[in-house]
Design a protein around this ligand. Structure first.
Ligand code: PGA
Length: 229
């Protein structure tokens, strides 16, 4: 199983360091097949001890250059970062990233051999229109994306389930992941209000290879309890 923590705009450099220290201690007994990722805010990117993979929540698709406020490959390489989240709904919807831009980032970081956690997800109105509408929306988010890329992980995150405390139902996840499985052989994560109470049910669903966790990952002990459960 894959357990990925997306801190979003939470935690600082100091608290991220403390968090990773606690998590490393807690995870001393974890099974080797449990793979753990942390996506801290940009200011906390660094080289950390332990088996946890640290990745970037975002970066600009260029080595360096005149892109005010962004970081690029050069800044990630300083810390040996080789993993990135691309296509998160908050970047698409709040920060205005188009599918074209998302695909450009994907192509750039693929070329650099990054492990890419590529996020897709539908709005509530699309979910309420039924499975076919959901599928056609999710497939549109694969436009320009090389689904055969070896270092790809796909995260299905229904927007209406993110940060709302209302996870998709096991049935909804099962149907959606089964459909995605016909298109992608990469590991499939589910994200959206995953927490210690529902983690067992979610990770038991067919074609769920792991989870991407926001709010419930912010406390190291809580996140560790999900990994060890
Ligand atoms: P959440 O966020 O766990 O707080 O719903 C998940 C995500 O956006 O990755």
């Amino acid at each position: 199983m894959i357990f990925a923590a997306n801190f979003k705009m939470n935690h600082t450099r100091t608290t991220t360091r403390d968090y990773i220290e606690v998590l490393n201690k807690k995870l001393a007994t974890k099974k080797p097949e449990e793979k753990v990722y942390i996506f801290p805010p940009t200011t906390a990117l660094d080289r950390y001890e332990g088996e946890i993979t640290v990745g970037a929540q975002n970066a600009y698709p260029a080595n360096n250059g005149a892109f005010t406020g962004e970081i690029g490959l050069e800044q990630l390489e300083e810390f040996g970062i080789k993993t990135i989240l691309i296509g998160h709904s908050e970047r698409r919807d709040i920060l205005g990233e188009t599918q074209e831009k998302v695909a450009e980032k994907f192509a750039f970081f693929k070329e650099e051999g990054f492990e890419i956690i590529y996020c897709i997800g539908e709005s509530l109105s699309i979910r309420e229109s039924g499975d076919d509408a959901v599928m056609s929306h999710l497939l549109s988010q694969f436009e320009g994306i090389d689904l055969t890329y070896d270092n790809l992980i796909v995260a299905y995150e229904p927007i209406w389930a993110i940060g709302t405390g209302r996870s998709a139902t096991a049935k909804e996840i099962e149907i959606t992941h089964a459909m995605l499985r016909t298109k992608v052989s990469a590991p499939l994560l589910y994200g959206g209000s995953v927490n210690p109470d529902n983690i067992g049910e979610i990770t038991a669903i067919d074609n769920v290879d792991g989870v991407l966790v926001g709010s419930a990952s912010l406390d190291a002990e809580r996140f560790a309890s999900m990994i060890l459960s």
